[in-house]
Design a protein around this ligand. Sequence first.
Ligand code: OGA
Ligand code: NI
Length: 371
Amino acid sequence: MSFPSVVPSRNIPSDLEIEEAIKAFDESKAGVKGLVDSRIATVPSIFIEPPESNRRHNRSECTDPDQSYEHVVPVIDLSGPREDIVVQICEASEKWGVFQAVNHGVPLTILDEMLLEVAKFHESPAEEKQQFYTRDLKKKVGLASTFDLYTRKRANWRDTVHCDMAPDPPSPEELPMPWREILPEYSKRTAELGGSLMELLAEALGLPSNVLIDMECMKAQTLALHYYPPCPQPELTVGATKHSDPSFITILLQDHIGGLQVLHQDHWIDVVPFHGALVVNVGDLLQLVSNDKFLSVEHRVLASRMGPRVSVACFLKAALEPGTNKFGPIKDLLSDDNPAKYMEVSMIDYTSQYNTKGLDGVSALNRLKLR
Ligand code: OGA
Ligand code: NI
């Protein structure tokens, strides 16, 4: 396998060259880890972001130069008094769309074991990993790099295993052997935390605590187990393109490397790793049902010479079966002064719109906006 190594300003590859390189990369089934293992010294062209977004990906230009106190992602202690937590969650979800949860009830040993096992899988021999490699997002368990590789014709500097853990969990045989205990355990713990968060979020909307759960907004759970290898030219590429999540909420576990940033008031703000914390962000569907009261935060992950970086995203969302509930702005939140801003959509339709469109920098929610 060979990749044209291209200096973008002097020699821009043709569309055909990009397409061929993407196909070769995909068919190698070795992911970004495979490239790093082959000791490439430069970033292949398919990973190079277009110049205009490149500049935005430059760490020193984008990060708030003096991260002042106001520009720190809120940290919320979930063991505090309930009324205080609800107020803090409301403020964080309105102003930021993200917070770091501490004392969240998921034991540290489970978090640490997850990160360790995710790294071990991605570092296992290529032949062992290949059997999981697929572009079919309908498979319950699959390994791939960049879900929208063929749509966007750009690759991100990361490999990901997705596992659909609810409503129908994979059988043990469908999971890599070392994950057969820890994954169901992690899934159960994050679902429990997710349930408590949904109650708190409903209260933060001024509604009875069961409203979101009764809408079946967390019937489904997908885990994305990410591995970001160290990158020889991090200024040319990105670990994860700017996006918001197609979930109600996402609970993210990250290791100590850093690189996750959220867009807050036009500034990219680092989500500083915090051992034991879980990052919770509002997803597109919660923004929709809250009629824009809560913000589905845009975020990205920078590439880095340091690493690997490991993270686990837990997406809580509605079930993807056809003919299920449609979601629109919650009626009790609407008034003459606050009319519905979105049309209704089912989880399956939203997901397919999101996946077909790919991460082009524009929220998939825009298409549902009522004028
Ligand atoms: C995601 C995501 C961030 C990270 O999986 O949607 O934004 O830190 N992940 O890996
Ligand atoms: Ni995300």
